[in-house]
Write a protein that binds this ligand. Structure first.
Ligand code: ZN
Length: 202
């Protein structure tokens, strides 16, 4: 709320587009993408022809923008995907894709503002840039103190157990790939920038 109030002072309506998601909700997103009922996007935000992919290729394609159920940071209650309500109320559709946050995009000014201010309010961007796993998601903000504790507490076996009980499409492939997904998509994220040490550098 403090971050939202500060954004409002500078003319932005910082609004959550998506926040807490439980395992069941993430599994529904996964199922619809794996069964090609919802589009899968590549790193540039262009839709992929999922029908031409093997099951394993489809898993990797989905994981660019959608976390594995059980491995989503949105399960923790610490993550929000944000938009600028000023642009949304003016009619901008929300895709959460790069064209919105790139220079000239509908949310680009909000994201420049966030880059200058979010650390002071205890947030960071875990998907600040592509690191070989999740694509860059500047709209995805994380409340650092609590999410760092959650990330430390998470173990791959917890995810495997949830997946074994879920009858997820592609589940056997996912379980085989889980050690790589764990390293590449769950552990391989940006750490918070320490606000006080950042200030002392000035
Ligand atoms: Zn997100």
């Amino acid at each position: 709320m403090a971050l939202r109030a500060a954004a409002a002072q500078d003319g932005f309506d910082l609004r959550p587009f998506s926040s807490f998601r439980d395992f069941h909700t993430q599994a529904r997103i996964w199922r619809r993408k794996f069964l090609l009922e919802k589009p899968i996007f590549d790193q540039s935000g262009a839709p992929i022809d999922g029908g031409s992919l093997t099951e394993e290729e489809r898993v990797w394609a989905i994981l660019g923008y959608s976390a594995l159920p059980g491995g989503s940071r949105h399960h923790w209650g610490t993550e929000i995907d944000v938009v600028d309500g000023v642009a949304v109320d003016a009619g901008a559709p929300v895709d959460l894709l790069p064209h919105e946050t790139a220079p000239g995009g509908v949310f680009s000014e909000l994201h420049v503002w966030l880059g200058e201010h979010l650390t002071k309010f205890g947030f960071h961007r875990p998907y600040d840039q592509w690191r070989g796993g999740m694509f860059a998601e500047p709209w995805h903000l994380s409340f650092s103190e609590v999410s760092e504790a959650a990330l430390s507490a998470l173990e791959p076996e917890m995810i495997a157990e949830a997946l074994r009980n879920a009858a997820l499409p592609g589940g056997p492939v996912v379980l085989r790939l889980l050690p790589t997904i764990w390293e590449r998509h769950i552990q391989n994220v940006a750490a918070p920038i320490n606000a006080s040490s950042a200030q002392s550098d000035w």
